[in-house]
Design a protein. Structure first.
Length: 372
């Protein structure tokens, strides 16, 4: 049956090469990850002046660091002299400045060139002009979002609009006070699958009854195959015998102070293109950040965020962490099972989306439009 003869209840997916072709991945790096807002690090990961963390954004390594005035800065991780990588570790602390390990060009925490061997005898080396290359940065929800674009896209029209489109109102996320929460647990996953497979999986729940027994026990409506993201403003309701968003349905922690009565006992999922998932439940928030490394490799960093007193008092978060950790492992295993088949002749023209997955078609349309 050809695409034109396909029943209207089915929508074609992207062809398999979109998930395997290095040329497609290179185009995604250039036109998606290097142009859009990218959620890089939790602001609390670099709490003090001189603290830094390096992240891969598209084809670039970026330093996110805390300046002496307490603000966050982002720079390309490249010495302006001969191109050596400044920071060779994923995270760390410098006392006063970043120094290139090759020729000792030294940059202040504001990125300005402050020293180099024989610099005083080289008047043509301007300390500002040859400072580190600055990357646009904005803090929101307690994270540093960066973009490599020279002319940054509207944060409101891209990142924040995804929350509005999902919840119906941007202010609906405010009650969770995500910027005030603390990281109670962080797990890093190495997923041998294309980043788009991970997004597609997160957006739908047609698979939930098959591979998520713990999740459908807590959120019974997910067993029907429709994800919460399918409906604007809808949050999946906890089962009547469920006391909390935990692996066994037992009671969690006190509801976050700003969570409304309408949001209580409900789970909301939000996809922010191109690499963030936000999961909202009454007593904590779970945020996934993806770092696409290759056509068939994606690093996913998942933060479980709790009220400050929960973390400060050393409360046991294992039951709530375990629920979504299992969901993550189940999802990522499914994505890794799909990845090899993306290069099969059986999937050369792609597959199909059933009615409960039609919203994924919008994601596919967006990918094709950006890559045209």
């Amino acid at each position: 049956m050809t695409a034109t003869e396909q029943p209207s209840s089915l929508i074609s997916t992207l062809g398999g090469h979109y998930y395997t072709d290095p040329a497609v991945f290179a185009a995604e790096q250039a036109r998606i990850f290097e142009q859009m807002w990218f959620c890089a690090v939790r602001s609390s990961d670099v709490p003090n002046p001189g603290d830094f963390r390096t992240v891969t954004v598209g084809r670039e390594s970026v330093i996110v660091s805390r300046a002496r005035d307490g603000s966050l800065k982002a720079f390309l991780n490249v010495c302006r002299h001969r191109g050596a990588r400044l920071c060779t570790t994923e995270s760390g602390t410098v006392k006063r400045a970043f120094q290139c390990p090759y020729h000792a060009w030294t940059y202040g925490l504001d990125g300005k060139l402050i020293a180099a061997p024989n610099l005083t005898s080289m008047p043509d080396v301007d300390r500002v002009e040859y400072g580190l290359t600055t990357v646009h940065l904005r803090e929101w929800l307690g994270y540093a979002w960066i973009t490599l674009a020279e002319d940054p896209p509207s944060f409101a029209d891209t990142v924040q609009s995804a929350v509005t489109e999902r919840l119906g109102d941007l202010s609906a996320i405010d009650g969770y006070e995500i910027d005030e929460l603390e990281v109670g647990r962080r797990i890093r996953y190495e997923v041998k699958a294309n980043w788009k497979l991970i997004i597609e999986n997160f957006m739908e729940c047609y698979h939930c009854a098959t591979i998520h027994p713990e999740l459908t026990e807590v959120l019974p409506e997910f067993a029907d195959g429709y994800a919460a993201q399918y409906y604007v403003g809808h949050g999946a309701e906890f089962g009547s015998e469920i006391d909390g968003f935990t692996v066994d349905g037992s009671e969690g922690f006190d509801k976050l102070a700003g969570v409304s009565a309408d949001q209580d006992r409900r789970y909301y999922a939000i996809t922010i293109r191109p690499q963030v998932f936000i999961n909202l439940v009454p007593d904590h928030v779970i945020i996934h950040r993806m770092y696409p490394m290759a056509p068939d490799l994606t690093i996913v960093e998942c933060d479980w965020l709790y009220a400050k007193q929960v973390v400060a008092e050393g409360r046991d978060v294992s039951r709530s962490v375990e629920l979504f950790h299992r969901v993550n492992e189940q999802d990522f295993d499914a994505c890794e099972r799909c990845q090899p088949a993306m290069s099969s002749r059986a999937y050369a023209k792609g597959g199909v989306l059933v009615p409960s997955e039609h919203h994924i078609g919008q994601f596919h349309d967006w990918v094709e439009r950006v890559l045209e």
